[in-house]
Design a protein around this ligand. Sequence first.
Ligand code: A3P
Length: 278
Amino acid sequence: VKGNAGSLRKYQILRQQGLMPSKQLPTALIIGVKKGGTRALLEFLRLHPAIRAAGSEVHFFDHHYIKGFHWYRHRMPPTLSTQITMEKTPSYFVTSEVPRRVQRMNPAMRLILVVRDPVTRAISDYTQVRSKRANMPKFEDLAFLNGSKIVDTTWVPLKIGVYARHLERWLQYFPLSQFLFVSGERLIVDPVAEITRVQDFLGLKRVICEKHFYFNATKGFPCLLKSEERPTPHCLGKNKGRSHPYIDPVAIQRLRDFYRPFNQRFYQLTGMDFGWLT
Ligand code: A3P
């Protein structure tokens, strides 16, 4: 019993010094946006030995807030004091109560947002819903009111894409310097460039580099040569990188016109040009 007590004390000291892994609340979040490439970003970041992340979406700040910080911490993987704890839940970006709750927990939280052209994002979102539901109406019938040219701004796949509005809400609680905006488009064509920006933002050594990726021509996306979980080359699952249905180009142009002022405002707020203003 004495020996056990001694071991327990040693364990506690090592833990206090950060030399034994223990579960910690996240200090960085991927807050969105849904269908922006959030899974790809998280899986790529997990290649970094200083990053540990919860595997599935935790939904603490939107669905499970009532369960408290203790519950949240226990959803996290154990970390050493040199490691960063992260999680990604894309609905955080668009849920109104979330910024205030995050700020209450940690006003120094680092916030990562992956964005993608809101029109393509909406189509991707629709494609995902359609894959789970039979007899889904056409995209064009949902995006416009009763067969008119008027955009149905209440349709959730379109509402999510008004990034400027959501960001303005977050900016009431966090300074711009605590955000990193990742281009979902660039994450596909040049994953290393975007991952390098994230590593710099998190103050980490640039460990994730070209040697971790290969381009899988069949999938049409960058994939991983190996990861902690799998030692062989692999891509993200079939539900990432689905082919999208044909959408009437006139409808697409109308949606581009609708989003233009919001995109311009988003560029203004972030100081970045994402290349969607066609
Ligand atoms: P599509 O399925 O519409 O192509 P999220 O993980 O946030 O749900 O985002 C899904 C999107 O991530 C996919 O949308 C895909 O375009 C994008 N993505 C980015 N990098 C990817 C990668 N390496 N493999 C698969 N999908 C990737």
